[in-house]
Design a protein around this ligand. Sequence first.
Ligand code: UD1
Length: 361
Amino acid sequence: MPTLALCYGTRPQIIKASVLRRSLAPLGPVLAVDTGQHYDYELNAVFYEQLGVEPPDLFLEVGSGSHAAQTAAVLERAEAVLDRARPAAVLVIGDTNSTLGAALAAAKLRIPVVHVEAGLRATDHLMAEELNRRVVDAIAALLCTPSATVTARMAREHPGQRVVETGDVAYDVLLGQLGRLAPPDTVVPGLGPGYIFATLHRAELVDHPERLAGAVAGLQALGREVVFAVHPRTRNALERCGITNRVAWPVRLVPAVGYLQSLALARGAAVLVTDSGGLQREGYWLGTPCVTLRAETEWEETVSAGANLLVSPDDAARSLPAAFETQLARWNGSARWDPTAYGTGHAAARVADAVRALLSS
Ligand code: UD1
């Protein structure tokens, strides 16, 4: 009988699960359940391969769909799996539909839920990720938080719940892989110094044609080589809006890249332009300044450190160039910041300690 189950299903969660699976192993058997929310090689299998992780014990093949369909499929399939396995606790990560579905399934079976990356907040209450994490925080038996700000917020919002500040497991993964990064021009041939690395994938940006067009216009206006790694959702949106054919040098579209390639490109870049929470922190840890195309960020420490600057996606065509110049000056000035707001790279071990304490309480 497994002691624990770890449920995850999207690209960043597979990355974070890699260190959690190792840190939890001493507690007993861990049932690894990949919901299959992300299923393409470039969003799924490549991360198992690169991080040397065993395939999951179960792959639920949930796939894409509306929010309701995707969440319901996770809920139903995770319930069947968890009801059979009856683990002592179920760990979920972050704020995706996979997180919500698996956490609800566990809670309804009265299996304690451990929320890794708990407590992040945005002011947009109806954003899918915000709904997901608020619900999961409310039903979790253990909230593992990435930073002091978030810990204080959870103590206020959920005074009766167990809150442990573990730090961010994504930092553990990054530190473990730094020695394996190739030079950026081996990832994208011909890439010169001072390039920009760009990624965009959020529904709030790419599913709005005017925002997507504005973001691409803003990138075109930077006058520097841009490597734009394209998530499948974004590829479809660019095609649908007829933008793909209009993208021209110095912006280069490349398919979504693996974890090691993404880190290598982020480390070598002058500036990142993204809407990804993962890349905002990776820029902060790697010393690469970032411009985030969102009106707000859950990773507020990156902004107060000066590592990150926000540009509204409604205003990208006009405001991206000025924000880029500000962040480029930080890169040129080798202005760096203390990268320890999200812990010191031992978060997965702290999660394991907190789970051990939960199980013995
Ligand atoms: C999801 C998360 C988001 C997270 C992101 C990480 C939710 C609500 N959103 O967004 O918070 O930041 O993962 O990457 O859970 N697709 C493929 N191949 C795949 C997977 C998806 O082509 O393997 C395409 C499909 O057209 C699909 C679309 O991408 O409809 C969106 O995928 P989905 O999993 O629904 O959300 P993401 O945008 O990836």
